[in-house]
Design a protein around this ligand. Structure first.
Ligand code: SAH
Length: 355
């Protein structure tokens, strides 16, 4: 039965919620290996052996939201807060450009100090400076449709906003200041504007069941984003979930692999959280269908303050350390670094139709 389901997922890229739930509840270690190898084959069919790199700039850890799992939540008074100025962000981009990155991901807490005008000017400057090579990805949380529109017009290409969990009740327990329907509406708006959109979720959240994880995959099948970020939940002691159990390596890899089978043309990062959970977590994700890595280029002086979870890797490293460490890791599993923009197939084929 499970073999037939794996075969069906591989051949048709479709499973129902009941089928996914059944698989998650009963999969054996041997079947996990079969799943990973089918996911790797599927990745290769769409993206070959290439792994795309993005330089990640964590530009502010100030946040107005209060997500129960997150180390930089507004109520955590123990975090030392920081903001990089637009000039400092540009300096990170210069360094990243020198290291070969052609996508910059600008990520932060929800920090309204960075107004629409400031962000627009910054995006415009980055795009002009490296025109036409560089893509800009934003990951700044919820803003108005008008702001999303004007940042897109200024030159932002992509937007990452994980849906975190597609189960509204669980979502709202974990995000006391937020609503699932707003999250969904933001993702829809971003797609309508024309961004390449990244969604995604955490694995092993307190109270999350296999049926809940199946719901995440169904949600993603419907949304069909360009990128899907999946990471284990890792407890942070300065949050209300500090003494909960975190997500496991195996459960996260299974979700990465199933995502590759069900949304085969998506870009899937091997996340820093997986690398934190296990020394080879990211390499294992690359072998189970992931095809993107996001080395950190945040200045070493503030890195440790962007602690969404504890023991995050690379805290003492410099951008050049991460660049070459990542390259070695990719080569060690027989894959190749691609320093191009790395657009999703879905985006490229849409552009072909219209352009
Ligand atoms: N403010 C932005 C960026 C959020 S931080 C936004 O709302 O999109 C990036 C991601 O880190 C989050 O989407 C969440 O999935 C993940 N994250 C936060 N805390 C975490 C934790 N304790 N364990 C694992 N991942 C976490």
């Amino acid at each position: 039965m499970r073999h037939t389901l794996l075969e069906k997922a591989y051949k048709t890229n479709e499973l129902t919620k009941a089928e996914i739930t059944f698989l998650l509840e009963t999969i054996t270690p041997e079947e996990r290996e079969i799943l990973y190898s089918k996911a790797l084959k599927t990745k290769q069919a769409y993206y070959g052996n290439k792994v795309y790199l993005r330089g990640l700039i964590e530009f502010s850890n100030i946040c107005r939201q209060d997500c129960l799992y997150c180390g930089i939540r507004a109520s955590n008074t123990k975090v030392k807060r920081y903001r990089l100025t637009p000039g400092e962000i540009l300096a990170c981009c210069d360094q990243g450009y020198e290291l070969g990155y052609r996508t910059f991901v600008l990520q932060s807490g929800e920090d309204l100090w960075y107004t629409e005008e400031m962000l627009s000017a910054l995006i415009h400057q980055i795009k002009r400076r490296y025109y036409p090579e560089v893509a800009i990805t934003l990951s700044i949380g919820e803003r108005s449709a008008e702001t999303y529109q004007s940042l897109f017009v200024s030159g932002a290409d992509r937007f990452l906003m994980r849906h975190e969990t597609a189960v509204p009740k669980l979502y709202e327990t974990l995000h006391p200041t937020m609503r699932f329907e707003n999250r969904r509406a933001c993702l829809n708006t971003l797609q309508e504007i024309g961004y390449q959109v990244g969604a995604g979720f955490m694995v092993g959240l307190p109270g999350q069941t296999p049926a809940d994880l199946a719901e995440d995959l169904c949600f993603l099948q419907e949304l069909h984003p360009d990128m899907i970020g999946i990471g284990p939940f890792i407890p942070h002691s300065q949050t209300p979930l500090g003494s909960e159990k975190g997500g496991t390596l195996e459960d996260t890899l299974v979700m990465v692999a199933l995502t590759r089978l069900l949304i085969p043309d998506s870009l899937i990062p091997a996340t820093t959280a997986l690398g934190t959970l296990h020394p080879l977590g990211r390499e294992l994700a690359l072998k189970a269908g992931a095809n993107v890595l996001m080395p950190i280029i945040t200045p070493t002086s503030v890195r440790k303050q962007y602690a969404l979870y504890e023991n995050k890797i690379c805290g003492d490293d410099h951008p050049e350390d991460c660049r070459y460490c990542i390259e070695r890791r990719i080569q060690a599993v027989g894959l190749e670094v691609d320093l191009g923009r790395g657009d999703s197939w879905r985006f490229i084929s849409k552009a072909d139709i219209f352009g």
